[in-house]
Ligand binder design. Structure first.
Ligand code: 5GP
Ligand code: ZN
Length: 148
């Protein structure tokens, strides 16, 4: 069953991605439907780096209606497959940043599709800690009680 998508908010003045949606600035569009748009990133981390956005302006993933998240996220496998087939990359990342602290620069929600290649030196500083069992229980309570 598809979740209904409520009336979208108006475009955000000054938002570069809203301007791309409106056709006010150019983009290399890969795919477009009623709810979503995919285009090449103008500052690619690797060849084929692409973005998937909702046409409506939402700042972060958690602000979006579920149905619209579905409309955007369901494009990822299809687009990812096409991007790696076209570029020959042996792997790819999906990246999605929420908020400046997480690296978000354009405040219109977007998924990155980033082709990965041998020796590309991309990647996270993945400084893994160790989950404390007492804190895990606290987190479990605090998070599950807020799921709605
Ligand atoms: P963020 O850091 O917000 O997750 O990523 C924003 C992405 O948008 C960056 O990878 C950047 O290169 C891309 N970007 C910014 N402005 C434009 C633009 O005008 N056109 C396109 N195609 N991509 C853009
Ligand atoms: Zn926008």
């Amino acid at each position: 069953m598809t979740t209904a998508i409520p009336t979208p908010p108006a475009p955000e003045p000054g938002c570069i991605f809203c301007k791309i949606v409106a056709g006010e600035i150019p983009a290399y569009k890969l795919y477009e439907d009623e709810h979503a748009l995919a285009f090449l990133d103008v500052g690619p981390l690797s060849r084929g780096h692409s973005l998937v956005i909702p046409k409506a302006h939402y700042t972060t993933l958690d602000q979006m209606p579920d149905g619209l998240v579905g409309a955007c996220a369901s494009l990822l496998p299809r687009l990812g497959k096409a991007v790696v087939a076209a570029t020959g990359a042996p792997g790819w990342n999906v990246l999605q940043n929420n908020g400046p602290i997480a690296g978000q620069v354009v405040m219109h929600m977007h998924f990155h599709i980033i082709p990965r290649n041998e020796g590309d030196s991309l990647g996270y500083r993945w400084s893994a800690g160790k989950l404390d069992s007492q804190d895990a229980q606290t987190l479990l309570n605090d998070i599950t009680s807020r799921l709605n």
